[in-house]
Design a protein around this ligand. Sequence first.
Ligand code: NDP
Ligand code: GDR
Length: 380
Amino acid sequence: MSSNTGSSRKRALITGITGQDGSYLAEFLLEKGYEVHGIKRRTSLFNTSRIDHIYEDPHAHGQQLKLHYGDLSDTSNLTRLIRDIEPDEVYNLGAQSHVAVSFEAPEYTADVDAVGTLRILEAIRFLGLEKKTRFYQASTSELYGLVQEIPQKETTPFHPRSPYAVAKMYAYWIAVNYREAYGMYACNGILFNHESPRRGETFVTRKITRGLSNIALGLEPCLYMGNIDSLRDWGHAKDYVRMQWMMLQQEEARDFVIATGVQYSVREFITWAAKELGVTLEFTGTGVDEIATVAAIEGDLAPALAVGDVVMRIDPRYFRPAEVDTLLGDPSKAKELLGWTPQITAQEMCAEMVAEDHKSARRHALLKEHGLAVPVSLEG
Ligand code: NDP
Ligand code: GDR
């Protein structure tokens, strides 16, 4: 059945609409008046919590957000959806996006992140939509891996360090290739880490803001971390999805680095998150023996903590077989050609994330107090 309603609104198709970026991008495009189509995976439990607030009843008239079952590993499904929707813009955000998990599931990661991208591009071409449909590929700073130049820009050579990054490298180049070979409007956003209260719970920033909020309220004993010396250039997902859209509105398809140009360590992020809870931490020890202890407490956001408590330990389980030690982006091209500048700093973002996670921890603590607690997952 065709989903193409013949309306004059622009139609966008988002893979990964249930993820962090997909949810912000869907909101953004709906506000811009787009008809938004999203691909969601069939799962045994609901997986739409990030987009439930914009969900529209399919029985309602004039629905502008439409969800379709699908998977990046399924060529016929993707081809059928693109045929029916005839999108003006495709945002390929869907991916097995966890770097550490890609070492556990390298073949699946390659199938979804690399070949999945090819499947979409090939469907666009096969259906004769290559002059109509613009394509955005969610490329990544992980391509730089073992960095060859600081800061990293569009011309910095790639050296991927994980099955995830290698798969994303194929996706990057196949998008460039379809642009060069078939004149397709296909472009790569080389995005550095971006976070938000909607960030998946096992990525480092969210693991910290959620973990410390739970510890502050006595729901978790301790935060177990990997390489806290790692340096990242963290921005806010809201700023970054705006850029994804801007990249598809230009006369010419080009690739852009999207970053803040400022870098911090994981240890610094832990310190900020604790500060938001009124807790000053002291780091002692080195390597796997490093710990973070409560040195002082102000305010009433951390009633379960006392001075001297150990709130963070290192667990080598979270070290990666090959690490990306340092990433710092140079967003000059995006600033110059698109007039883009990030609005939210990493510290502001950390404060927003802690506020949200502390609110949710308070709800859990209250339920626990009344014997209604649901277990808090400790998996990181
Ligand atoms: P998330 O992990 O939050 O979201 C990934 C999305 O992809 C989810 O909707 C997920 O569905 C979906 N997905 C996973 N596997 C498949 C599959 N086999 N078929 C279809 N959909 C699938 O990622 P982010 O929102 O953070 O990132 C968006 C994209 O940007 C990803 O491609 C990521 O690799 C890339 N990126 C992210 C950066 C960041 O810092 N956030 C930086 C640079 C690039 P489900 O909800 O069912 O799991
Ligand atoms: P990254 O993000 O691998 O950069 O990929 P992540 O938040 O997982 O890790 C950032 C850095 O923190 C270190 N680290 C830990 N990481 C996790 N997840 N858990 C820990 O306990 C921990 N301790 C230390 C990591 O080793 C790493 O150095 C993200 C994803 O969104 C990708 O999809 C995206 O392409 C890149 O950002 C840009």
